[in-house]
Design a binder for this molecule. Structure first.
Ligand SMILES: Nc1ncnc2c1ncn2[C@@H]1O[C@H](COP(=O)(O)OP(=O)(O)OP(=O)(O)O)[C@@H](O)[C@H]1O
Length: 462
């Protein structure tokens, strides 16, 4: 059985006033390209561009009997490039018109074929043009998707909202620091908006045309993390079947956001420090040094200063990454923002889940302000989404936002005065507020770590 031809992407239009040329070129090229259009009348070129995507035009140089100066060819070349500046035009010229064809190259055509052509040479010329057309198209697609992504990012950071003095203070510092290349360290509990803050800084920086590349240090094992960060050469370890650029390299001229930096091992800290000091690095398995120019933003919810004292985080690295240090306030410290955030999230979720009639009374909003949100804005956002999804009626109540984690403030079990129940409730609450950190929870409860440990075990609290 005859195998199907290996068609190439790329649409071709052939324009010539000689029907014989059109037919033979079309018959030949149709074996290799899916779409080959032909046109006898050059005045109709525009119609083809209105109907179809055209990547390559094969254009005759002379369309009037007795006129061989190529004037027509130049005229239509100009028309085509005006309609579609990216299209590739190849002139078809009679043998002997080579000088004119060279002029045509200067005028914006990319190549020429002589008539009559040799099939092999003819095909090679068009295939080469087609490769160029395809890579131009890929670049165009990449530019479009890059633009789309940065518009999305810009939209997202427009939603970096709040009126609480603590938040405004931090945001103001961010605005000032964005346009510099200073390293920024974002501290704060989970869900306080450190990731969004990093995007905000990048979006407002002079590097916003380039990407912000993120690495979540908490999500990667040490060996994967190093190859993600530095990249590797083919064969540098068992699974390295190909060369791969690391994220450091991808962030060149842009921003590198290292999330959960507190999770970096000591050996990775040493390597990162050396990159920051020398502004050079090597891919794993290579000695070639690559220059790097990145703006660094780091974030963590871990106590880096305590970790320095304990010897688990390098002091010199801390001083490299904390040129400007910002602490994202917890939601508890910006309760005044709850109505604003609620408004913002509600309108998004009402639209997403097509429940536009939903509303909530000021009393219920006030109750939300009295609830605990140990997971901060992320938890509040998820609670709002859940409340919208589960709502059976148009009036939302604060209790619709409650989950196992969010209990009313001052909320030892309200209908029980049993001492043991109260103790369990207080311990659970302290553990929630401090996200399971026993030292901090014990401090809050006014007991020592060991005493808290014993109680956690006794009551089976996780
Ligand atoms: N000021 C804000 N306005 C509106 N939405 C916010 C704000 N801050 C944070 N958010 C939203 O809250 C969610 C959590 O934010 P983000 O992921 O940035 O927090 P984080 O501090 O980086 O959390 P983690 O430490 O767990 O990684 C995101 O959906 C983010 O868009």
């Amino acid at each position: 059985m005859e195998s199907l031809p290996n068609y190439q992407d790329g649409n071709i239009l052939i324009v010539d006033d000689d029907a014989g040329i059109l037919t033979s070129a079309q018959l030949f090229l149709k074996q290799y390209f899916k779409k080959v259009y032909v046109e006898l009348n050059p005045e109709k070129i525009k119609n083809h561009f209105n109907k179809n995507q055209i990547d390559i035009v094969l254009l005759d140089m002379n369309f009037q009997k007795g006129k061989n100066n190529g004037e027509d060819g130049f005229k239509y070349l100009k028309t085509i490039l005006e309609i579609q500046p990216n299209v590739l035009v190849i002139f078809m010229t009679a043998y002997g018109d080579i000088d004119m064809a060279v002029q045509a190259l200067k005028g914006g055509a990319i190549d020429f074929v002589t008539k009559p052509w040799k099939n092999e040479k003819f095909l090679t010329t068009i295939e080469t043009a087609n490769k160029l057309a395809q890579s131009r198209r890929q670049i165009e697609d990449l530019k479009n998707s890059r633009q789309y992504l940065s518009e999305q990012e810009a939209k997202e950071t427009e939603g970096f909202i709040g009126q609480a003095p603590l938040f405004l203070q931090v945001k103001h510092t961010m605005e000032k620091v964005s346009i510099t290349d200073a390293s920024v360290l974002l501290l704060g509990q989970n869900g306080t908006g450190k990731g969004l803050a990093a995007k905000f800084i990048h979006q407002n920086s002079l590097r916003n045309e380039r990407p912000m590349i993120t690495i979540d240090m908490g999500a990667l094992s040490e060996s994967i993390m190093e190859s993600e960060l530095f990249g590797h050469e083919k064969g540098s370890f068992t699974d390295a079947s190909q060369q791969k650029k690391g994220r450091l390299e991808l962030a060149h001229k842009g921003t590198l956001f290292l999330d959960e930096i507190g999770n970096l091992s000591l050996s990775a800290q040493a390597k990162l420090l050396s990159v920051l000091q020398n502004q050079k690095f090597s891919r794993l398995g290579s000695n070639v040094e690559i220059d790097i120019d990145v703006r660094l933003i780091c974030a963590t919810n871990m106590p880096l200063y305590e970790m320095v004292e304990q010897g688990t985080f390098r002091q010199d690295l801390l001083y490299r990454i904390n040129t400007v240090e910002l602490v994202m306030p917890s939601l508890n410290d910006r309760l005044i923002d709850i109505p604003i955030l609620l408004d913002y999230f509600l309108s998004a979720f009402k639209a997403r889940y097509k429940k536009r009639a939903l509303n909530i009374s000021p009393d219920e909003v006030a109750k939300l302000q009295r609830m605990n949100w140990p997971g901060n804005i992320r938890e509040f956002q998820h609670a709002t989404e859940r409340a919208v999804i589960l709502a059976d009626q148009d009036n939302l109540r604060a209790s619709d936002f409650q989950n196992i984690r969010a209990a009313e403030k001052s909320s030892p079990p309200s209908d029980s005065l049993n001492l043991k129940d109260m103790e369990i409730a207080f311990i659970e609450k302290a553990m929630k507020i401090h996200l399971g950190n026993i030292t901090h929870a014990a401090k809050e409860l006014g007991i020592d770590r060991l005493a808290l440990h014993r109680r956690l075990e006794k009551y089976g609290i996780q």
